[in-house]
Design a protein around this ligand. Sequence first.
Ligand SMILES: C[S@@+](CC[C@H](N)C(=O)[O-])C[C@H]1O[C@@H](n2cnc3c(N)ncnc32)[C@H](O)[C@@H]1O
Length: 234
Amino acid sequence: MIQTDRMKTIIDCVPKSHTVADIGADHGYVSASLIEKGIAKYVIASDISPNSLKKTQGLIRQRGLEDYIATRMGYGLSVLAEHEADTAIIAGLGGVLISEILDRDIHIAKTIDTFILQPMQWVRPLREYLFNNGYKIDDERLVYEGEDKYYVIMKVTHGYVEISDDMYYYLGEKLIKNRCNLLLGYILHKIKLREHVLKGLAKSKDKKEIKLKKTRLEGEVIRLKEVFDEVSKD
Ligand SMILES: C[S@@+](CC[C@H](N)C(=O)[O-])C[C@H]1O[C@@H](n2cnc3c(N)ncnc32)[C@H](O)[C@@H]1O
């Protein structure tokens, strides 16, 4: 079975569970591994796309996992009943879409203990959604798969946290506190992205919203450089 470092880390973050919902299962590798590794007793693998779900079903047949993995087609958490899953994985989708999925079926989300979330982009809006809607990030990991491809994987539970530094919206607090070994490269990557955007904005007319964006990005670059210096000293 194909398993990238990103998928391996997602699997590694899943707590021992009775039922895991793998939302947007697609190839189904994560669902199958959870059963084969004994991390979950049962998996509900769902997808909005019939073609993606066919891939999952093919893998289930190939690995003889029909008794352990159910497949369902539909949008996000709507395929689940309340209290049906103790853990849900939503991986490989944009951060805004992940927050929309959580928000659309709040009554189901409230009955799931742990979420493993891996946004492909728009990480900041996802963190904002989580912090403003009664979620906390218990753990965060980074995966690097070459060519500037960094993935953030979050273990999320219910609860409120005080956000003491605005930076924690765009650079995970746990990544800094855990001194993740990819952190320095990730910070440099984030600085590079912001400097690139700022270069583009330098050419645009100084409308109010452009000025605000510039100010925000410049502030983030300064803060990222400070954290880079702090972490490099350790
Ligand atoms: C890039 S794949 C990610 C597959 C797997 N989760 C992973 O991380 O490797 C994204 C999958 O999510 C599905 N998807 C997109 N939006 C969805 C939604 N709102 N509800 C359920 N599945 C969705 C897509 O059809 C696709 O199969």
